[in-house]
Design a protein around this ligand. Structure first.
Ligand code: HEC
Length: 206
């Protein structure tokens, strides 16, 4: 019995403390303050458009993490395939999220539940007007029977105040990675021009 319990413990909980999912990313950009966010007068000039955004970088970093047993739930890859794995595994459930499904019939996204990663939470808490690189939001989409039907995601690629600093992804199925959007700008940016640096959901969550 003792062994059985031990085995169960290993299987279900890992019991050791090396489960990376409980680790907080001390080195992530979650200081969040200090930058241009403190200056509400900041306007995006030509320099902050697109600039050095390198989609390859983020994907490569996330790819390296992928080799580890457990991913850090706060690292949300701006890479369609890696992100789909992250979403399918429901890794975002470890993040801070809305307590229940929002059912606003007027919402473009339908029934949904939103999660913010730690850098985005820290940025909102700091009152930043521009979120730092690696800030990310996951919106889980549900049908009227509360069956999960897809995900919409926003990941910040740089510290810039620019719509091209955001990478957008939306997949309207949970079984295959067949996104209607996976990239910078596209159809998402037209609605996501407002909010706090294009994040429309208010924080703290209601
Ligand atoms: C017609 C307007 C509209 C379009 C187009 C749109 N969104 Fe949204 N989105 C919203 C609104 C409004 C919210 C706030 C919550 C709500 O009402 O659903 C939101 C919320 C979100 C959130 C949660 C974070 C936040 O900003 O609040 C994500 C992630 C998101 N949308 C992703 C996307 C992606 C990806 C696309 C493109 C495929 C997209 N959206 C296109 C209106 C839009």
């Amino acid at each position: 019995m003792k062994y059985l319990l031990f085995a169960f413990c290993l299987f279900a909980f890992g019991c050791g403390s090396d489960d990376a999912s409980v680790e907080q990313p001390a080195t992530q950009n979650n200081t969040g303050s200090g930058g241009k966010g403190d200056d509400p007068g900041q306007v995006c000039d030509a320099d902050c458009d697109l600039g050095g955004v390198d989609l390859g970088d983020l994907g490569a970093d996330a790819g390296a993490d992928m080799g580890d047993m457990q991913l850090d739930p706060n690292v949300i890859p701006a890479d369609s395939d890696l992100l789909f794995d992250y979403l399918q595994a429901e890794t975002y459930l470890a993040l801070e999220g809305q307590s229940e499904i929002k059912r606003d019939p007027s919402s473009f996204h339908g029934n949904s539940k939103v999660y913010f990663n730690a850098p985005l939470v820290a940025s909102f808490e700091a009152g930043n007007l521009v979120h730092p690189k690696d800030s990310a939001a996951v919106k889980v989409l549900f049908d009227d029977q509360d069956v999960m039907v897809g995900w919409a995601v926003a990941v910040k690629l740089s510290d810039e105040d620019s719509s091209s600093a955001w990478w957008w992804y939306e997949n309207e199925t949970t079984t295959v990675n067949d996104p209607i959007q996976a990239g910078v700008n596209g159809r998402c940016a037209r609605c996501h021009g407002g909010g706090v640096d294009r994040i429309v959901t208010p924080y703290p969550f209601e």
